[in-house]
Design a binder for this molecule. Structure first.
Ligand SMILES: [Cu+2]
Length: 153
């Protein structure tokens, strides 16, 4: 019989991760975020490993009607001008406030969550280390400070 210690030692020898990050699409690491009428994410920094499978779950906790107050999480490719993305997206209500011209800059995006709703998106963290902005593209929210950064190591 092979002891658990032996198995662990063998995995270490193979360089396999023992816990934590995984790129298994069926087993992402969940990051829960809430946001309310204050237009702030409860989490403004997500640290991930290159290529790590992530699942962002956003719950909106405010009281205003969805037409006036909804939130999303949009992760932007490196080098994206966030202000330009936000300006263009303010006109794109029919596409969840994501401008078609910027779709190529979007690494991941949730649907819009009205108050009391939860939305989510699963994606692989970029393969390149660095800092990637994530923003709420509902009009006015980015300027109010609804933004964060995905730090990929
Ligand atoms: Cu928002």
């Amino acid at each position: 019989m092979i002891s658990r210690l032996t198995v662990v030692a063998a995995l270490v020898a193979l360089g396999a991760p023992l816990s934590g990050a995984t790129s298994d699409p069926a087993n992402p690491r969940t990051v829960g975020i809430t946001a309310g009428d204050n237009m702030k994410y409860s989490v403004t920094e997500i640290v991930a490993r290159r290529g790590e499978r992530l699942r962002i779950v956003l719950t909106s906790t405010g009281t205003m009607p969805k037409m006036a107050m909804a939130h999303n999480v949009v992760v932007l490719a490196k080098g994206t001008d966030a202000n330009a993305f936000i300006d263009a997206s303010a006109l794109a209500r029919d596409n969840g406030f994501i401008a078609q011209t910027f779709m190529k800059n979007v690494l991941a995006a949730t649907q819009l969550a009205g108050n009391g709703e939860t939305v989510e998106v699963s994606f692989d963290a970029p393969k390149t280390a660095g800092r990637y902005d994530f923003v709420c593209s509902f009009p006015g929210h980015y300027l109010a400070g609804m933004r964060g950064v995905l730090v990929v190591n």
